[in-house]
Design a protein around this ligand. Structure first.
Ligand SMILES: *[C@@H]1O[C@H](CO)[C@@H](O)[C@H](O)[C@H]1NC(C)=O
Ligand SMILES: *[C@@H]1O[C@H](CO)[C@@H](O)[C@H](O)[C@H]1NC(C)=O
Length: 201
């Protein structure tokens, strides 16, 4: 057997085994305990009902009264505890006319599905190549894990989209705030970002 076949079999084994290592069906988060790298401990299955596995929060538009004109409604483990341990989550994105989801990143990958409106969505590769495109109703796009990405409503009606991410809690790091609104001394920020003090405000 040549090496490429060994590699393919090994890769299949690794991906298959990582998908089948769980010894339980589900692990609805028990918020009485702190979160760990693998998520929360599980609630007693005896106390669960089907309602623990459903979430009804994404039918209502998010509040877009903010400087970005964006409403984000999250179905993450903290609002939908059945996602705990399953490595996925969803969110609803309402972007008012002219609204922007500012450039940000997550720990994981994301897929967006546009339901209404017209947006420009994009991400920046680690070699600084920009990938961006106008998306309309029914279009989907991927933002690969950890890469900086954004969405802008360029249409004349509010945009509605749903996103799914492959973590029960993907995190959200808003790049501009991380660079300019952190607790570091201004002198250190200036050195590590090349931003001057005026640009920081
Ligand atoms: C969960 O179920 C166990 C066993 O059925 C019971 O002893 C316990 O009181 C329940 N806990 C809650 C929070 O309902
Ligand atoms: C939307 O958010 C703004 C700003 O936080 C707040 O003043 C307003 O009451 C909110 N509207 C609703 C309907 O919750």
């Amino acid at each position: 057997m040549d090496l490429s076949k060994v590699f393919i079999i090994f890769s299949l084994f690794v991906s298959f085994s990582s998908a089948t290592t769980s010894v339980i069906d589900f692990c609805v988060a028990d918020f009485n305990f702190p979160v760990t790298p693998a998520g929360y401990p599980c609630r007693n299955p005896a106390n669960l009902t089907v309602d623990d596995f459903a979430f009804s929060g994404l039918g209502v538009a998010g509040n877009t009264t903010n400087i970005f004109n964006v409403g984000l409604t999250e179905a993450f483990d903290n609002t939908f505890p059945a996602l705990n341990g399953l490595g996925l989550s969803m969110a609803r994105l309402d972007i008012g006319v002219g609204g922007v989801v500012p450039i940000h990143s997550h720990r994981v990958s994301e897929v967006i599905l546009v339901i209404e409106g017209t947006i420009i969505a994009g991400f920046i590769g680690s070699d600084n190549t920009a990938y961006f495109k106008t998306l309309n109703k029914g279009d989907i796009m991927i933002f690969p894990h950890t890469l900086l990405h954004f969405q802008v409503n360029v249409g004349d009606v509010p945009a509605l989209a749903f996103v799914s991410l492959n973590s029960a809690n993907p995190g959200f790091q808003f790049t501009t705030a991380s660079l300019a609104a952190n607790d570091l001394p201004t002198e250190i920020i200036r050195k590590i970002t090349l931003l001057d003090a005026a640009q920081r405000t």
